[in-house]
Write a protein that binds this ligand. Structure first.
Ligand code: HGA
Length: 604
């Protein structure tokens, strides 16, 4: 989603801002802009539709000097992607960059127009700039003007405000969209994600919900939602500086697919030692009578997979819901429920809102499964189980998903202890997990076969993915990956559902991808495969050789490494990731930043 970077320094900051934006590019955006001012100079603004590269070129032609500046990559919510709608937005001396949505923008726009303010864009953001300007005209200092403005806003925002009349200050406010302050020596920075600032500092203070902060070169001061001074101490970051480097790979997505053996090994480190699972950090889960998992997108598919595990292995009832649904319906809280949220970034707006609602309606125990330490989800949950996937840059999630699955399997074991999971079963799961990085490595060796297979998809307009049991969510994830990056319409079905409708779609033009490990459902799956074969569908089956599939006719079987069925969903994810990647490359799409999509979805 949108990225924000800001700086108050003694040196020129335009390049710092630009580098920051480049480091946030992976999140997906449609336009970029910045505004910079020198201590006595005028504010200069530069905006471009399209990539940060276009902004960099414009800046190279018209260098802007100055030590105070703000910058933004926009993912449009209100108003089409255009230069006029790109941030920063201006009202006289005020410049604003904003992430989020101002829900009462229409009313505010009308009021401000009546006061004589002229609007230059179609965005909701522009009302913020005019409101602040109107409070400034009434004599408020910049900080007080921002404090007064936020009281008028409904919706979500992370915003940074610059004022030509207060050239060595930035004022920032957070409500529903993250912001972090970075501290340098005699300079301070602000960003929507610490990744943007790692080239300039490792020391960060995370703003909390409702915070406003005044940022100057030598100091920063934070106020809570009641305008009271609060401490937000600096902490040393552990995030790696080079997380944004593609290395030898053509795309971040491919790099991240190949990082999975290591990411999984990291996620298991300290939690699996000498064949023993060490899950004490998860605390006492013996009183948990029900698990409610909430997530969006790929994380939702991880949750769906976990439901099969938690119910069948741990014997605990488990419910899974999409965050944007959960947060707007009235649900019943069962006693002694554990609420689990899953989000790669820990800033997903719907998931965060669902967590907050869950706490309000009576969930007593909350656990976040997340990849970003210090994120809002982690800070607002009672417990966190961190996936240690490292920074994930590709918009299409890969290593975050498989490490989420590993974390969820650990949670399953923790829940199953003292219940129906026997010591023997736990030992088998531990052994399977220990073997997992090597199995993923072997699955990656399918790469060239899958690259060849991908040719057969590139001309297709639709595809079906089928799976049963815990492989059904894996089929869903496979279909989502293909949609996201190759723009081929793909749907996943639980294979048993075929005859209830989707069979009507099958003809020689419809590729059908099947995930078929050799589990207790394979015989049922074989019947479903025959139903497709009988109707002339083109089948691509990822299967355990031991499953003994019929390869006659329009069928291509790709053998997948034999593995324990409990961890098979993780292993079978790999060929589906590779398939979508290669199809996208053949189609020439923007693999790492697919159109219309953004990473870390911080708006609802
Ligand atoms: N609503 C603003 C900002 C959008 C945003 O935060 N995207 O992530 C706009 O449309 O410009």
């Amino acid at each position: 989603m949108c990225g924000i970077v800001g700086a108050v320094a003694q040196r020129d900051v335009a390049d710092i801002l630009l580098t920051g934006l480049q480091r946030l590019e992976y999140r997906g955006y449609d336009s970029a802009g910045l505004a910079v001012q020198a201590s006595q100079g005028q504010v200069q603004r530069l905006r471009r539709l399209g990539k940060v590269e276009a902004l960099a070129e414009a800046l190279a032609q018209t260098p802007i000097q100055g030590g105070t500046g703000i910058a933004h990559t926009r993912w449009a919510t209100h108003g089409q992607p255009s230069e006029a709608n790109a941030h920063p937005h201006q009202s006289g001396p005020i410049m604003v960059v904003h992430n989020g949505i101002i829900e009462n923008h229409s009313e505010l726009r009308q009021q401000l127009q009546q006061q004589g303010f002229e609007f230059q864009s179609q965005t909701d953001t522009e009302v913020i700039a005019h409101l602040i300007a109107s409070f400034r005209q009434q004599g408020h200092a910049l900080l007080q003007a921002v404090m007064a403005t936020r009281k008028q806003l409904t919706g979500a925002y992370g915003m940074v405000v610059m004022d030509e009349q207060s050239p060595e200050q930035l004022v920032v406010a957070r409500s529903g969209s993250p912001l972090v302050i970075g501290a340098g020596i005699g300079e301070h920075f602000i960003a929507s994600d610490q990744l943007a600032l790692l080239p300039v500092t490792q020391r960060f203070a995370f703003l909390e919900e409702g915070d406003v902060a005044l940022i100057e070169r030598r100091s920063y001061q934070v106020f809570d939602s009641q305008d009271q001074v609060v401490e937000r101490p600096l902490v040393e970051s552990t995030v790696e500086h080079d997380a944004g480097d593609k290395g030898q790979f053509r795309h971040y997505m491919l790099k991240e697919i190949y990082e999975q053996p290591q990411a999984i090994a990291n996620t298991l480190e300290g939690r699996l030692e000498n064949g023993q699972l060490n899950l004490e950090a998860l605390g006492d889960l013996s009183q948990v009578e029900q698990v409610q998992i909430i997530a969006c997108g790929t994380s939702y598919h991880a949750a769906m997979t976990a439901r099969y595990w938690i119910e069948s292995l741990a014997g605990v009832p488990c419910n899974v819901e999409i965050a944007s649904e959960f947060r707007y319906r009235r649900s019943v809280v069962r006693p002694s429920s554990l609420l689990v949220t899953i989000s790669q970034s820990g800033e997903t707006a719907d998931t965060l809102a669902a967590l907050r609602l869950a706490k309000d309606i009576g969930y007593q125990q909350t656990l976040a499964i997340c990849n970003v330490p210090g994120s809002s989800l982690v800070r607002e949950s009672d417990m966190a189980l961190m996936t240690r996937a490292g920074a994930e840059i590709g918009v299409a999630s890969t290593k975050a998903f498989t490490t989420q699955l590993v974390a969820l399997m650990l949670l399953t074991v923790a829940l199953g202890r003292g219940r129906q999971l026997s010591t023997e079963q736990e030992k088998d799961i531990a052994a399977a997990l220990a073997h997992l990085p090597a199995l993923i490595e072997k699955s990656l060796a399918m790469n060239s076969d899958i690259e060849a297979l991908a040719q057969r998809f590139a001309e297709k307009h639709h595809a079906l993915f089928l799976g049963r049991g815990s492989q059904y969510p894996i089929a869903m994830e496979g279909a989502l990956k293909l949609k996201e990056i190759s723009y081929i319409h793909a749907e996943a079905y639980a294979a048993g559902e075929l005859k209830h409708g989707p069979l009507a779609l099958i003809d020689a033009e419809m590729p059908i991808v099947v995930v078929a490990p050799n589990n207790e459902l394979v015989e049922k799956l074989k019947s479903n495969i025959e139903e497709v074969r009988a109707r002339g569908g083109e089948l691509f089956i990822f299967a355990d050789e031991a499953a003994g599939l019929n390869t006659e006719g329009n069928v291509m079987v790709l053998p997948v490494v034999h593995c324990d069925n409990r961890i098979a969903p993780i292993v079978y994810t790999i060929p589906l990731q590779l398939l979508s990647y290669h199809v996208a490359v053949i189609k020439g799409t923007d693999v790492d930043q697919p159109r219309n999509l953004a990473k870390s979805v911080t708006v609802e």
